[in-house]
Design a protein around this ligand. Structure first.
Ligand SMILES: NC(=O)c1ccc[n+]([C@@H]2O[C@H](COP(=O)([O-])OP(=O)(O)OC[C@H]3O[C@@H](n4cnc5c(N)ncnc54)[C@H](O)[C@@H]3O)[C@@H](O)[C@H]2O)c1
Length: 432
């Protein structure tokens, strides 16, 4: 099938590469000339395991090309997937300007019978805005659909090749038939639903996972008020089949490109439809406050940050990505600097993207060596559970000067660290 993916960000590039691996003729289209120039040379402008290899193979096979030209990309496309960004507006709603601009730009070249499918995360009702644009331009023979994306950064290729489910939100049998055919090779369950259900399901999935994180953070806070340990609590509740052991991450709250914005967009949507007094507003608020509250606790433990040297380990929002969107480091490091600390930060992959958003100075240096970042540190923050950080032998950097290790993801071996003479604080248990 001839498929065009508009927007070659995380979702777009992975989708284009995977669809081409199933023998489709795929074009990736973006307005960012620099990005397209890199992609044409099989260079992925961000870190995502396995993606560059897949891209190289598919481009060499002639199944995948990239362009900035709408006519080239759209004129022959049977399925057009829109995967542009939908950031939040200042009020918290989904900003649809990129989605609507892409629709305006594709419309003149749309061929009869083509399917325009939205992969971007959007609120219910968005498809009618796209349809209005296309019909205003005199186009009437097209189909629309919502195809929400559930991939996880850091495991995006695997998630896209082997999805838990494929959701097709559409209204006509023909649209379902075309998109079912396109997705058959994935051998995943295909759920055919209304566009609104597809859009709500995407928000519901992310809001649920964000709620789980916020829930266990609240339990962790209570554990710190007594002798409980949140990891032991998780072990107990996880045995209940209805609850399960998976996806419990007490820590500094959720970050990344999706959860914070999707929860806020759902909260905004709730207010729009007159149901603003609900869980989602509260979850967003609790998560926004989380790092500030935790930093106050840490400041008390170390007796204030003034004059302290701090090693911050892990800068991206999670392991296996260099994505800095809503990364905890973006709140932790400015707080430390404002309160008089010097920071030496380390990340195995995200140094380049981190330096774009964390200006380097005498007080802040981002380094490519974990050992160098910990040298002379009074305090070590293990912020992200990169394998390089959680498997590190901290005896290598043990210095009399270093007092505390703050394990904000509960991933380090506490008895090893306390035996080495560190003071150790995890989340949801009394500091040791
Ligand atoms: N990143 C994720 O993990 C993830 C997961 C599931 C869903 N989503 C959703 O998918 C959508 C895309 O997310 P992303 O992280 O890939 O975004 P991104 O910001 O990484 O990429 C968006 C791309 O769209 C391009 N673009 C903007 N306007 C354009 C236009 N008019 N024509 C062509 N290209 C244009 C940009 O240049 C950019 O390359 C969002 O709605 C997001 O919420 C993201």
């Amino acid at each position: 099938m001839r498929v065009t993916v508009i927007g070659t960000g995380f979702v777009g590039v992975v989708t284009a590469a995977v669809l081409s691996s199933f023998g489709n003729q795929v074009i990736g289209l973006d307005v960012d000339h620099e990005k397209i120039a890199k992609l044409k040379q099989s260079k992925v402008p961000f870190f995502e395991p396995g993606l560059e290899e897949l891209l190289t193979v598919q481009q060499a096979a002639g199944n995948l090309t990239f362009t900035t030209d709408y006519q080239t990309a759209i004129a022959a496309a049977e399925v057009i997937m829109i995967a542009v960004g939908t950031p939040s507006t200042t009020a918290g709603g989904a900003d649809l300007k990129y989605v609507l601009a892409a629709t305006e730009l594709l419309t003149p070249f749309l061929k009869d019978g083509a399917v325009v499918a939205l992969k971007s995360t959007v609120p219910p009702g968005t498809l009618s805005q796209l349809e209005a644009i296309m019909m205003k331009a005199g186009k009437h023979n097209f189909f629309t659909a919502s195809l929400p994306e559930f991939l996880k950064e850091g495991a995006a290729v695997e998630d896209t090749l082997h999805p838990d489910r494929i959701v097709i939100g559409a209204t006509t049998p023909k649209t379902f038939e075309i998109l079912r055919r396109l997705h058959q090779p994935f051998k995943a369950p295909i759920l055919e639903v209304s566009p609104e259900s597809a859009q709500m399901a995407k928000y519901a999935a992310n809001a649920y996972l964000a709620t789980r994180i916020t829930f266990i953070n609240q339990i962790a806070d209570l554990c710190e008020s007594n002798q409980a340990n949140v990891q032991e609590v998780i072990a107990v509740i996880g045995k209940d089949q209805r609850i399960g052991q998976h996806y419990w991450y007490p820590g500094l709250g959720y970050g990344g490109s999706c959860f914070p914005k999707d929860v806020k967009e759902l909260a905004y949507y709730s207010r729009q439809v007159g149901q603003g007094e609900n869980l989602f507003n509260k979850i967003a608020q609790l998560n926004d406050q989380r790092i500030g509250q935790m930093m106050k606790k840490y400041a008390q433990l170390v007796g204030g940050w003034q004059g302290k040297q701090v090693a911050v380990l892990g800068l991206s929002f999670k392991p296996n990505t260099d994505d800095m969107r809503e990364a905890p480091s973006l709140k932790v490091i400015p707080t430390l600097l404002e309160q008089g600390a010097t920071v030496r930060a380390y990340d195995p992959q995200a140094l380049e993207s981190a330096q774009k958003v964390l200006p380097q100075s005498e007080s802040l240096r981002c380094l490519d060596s974990l050992v160098a970042a910990c040298d002379q540190a009074d305090v070590i923050f293990a912020l992200i559970e990169w394998p390089q950080i959680i498997s590190f032998d901290f005896s290598q950097v043990r210095a009399a000067k270093t007092q505390w290790i703050f394990d904000t993801r509960n991933q380090l071996n506490q008895s090893t660290l306390t035996n080495l003479g560190y003071k150790y604080a995890a989340v949801g248990q009394a500091p040791l």
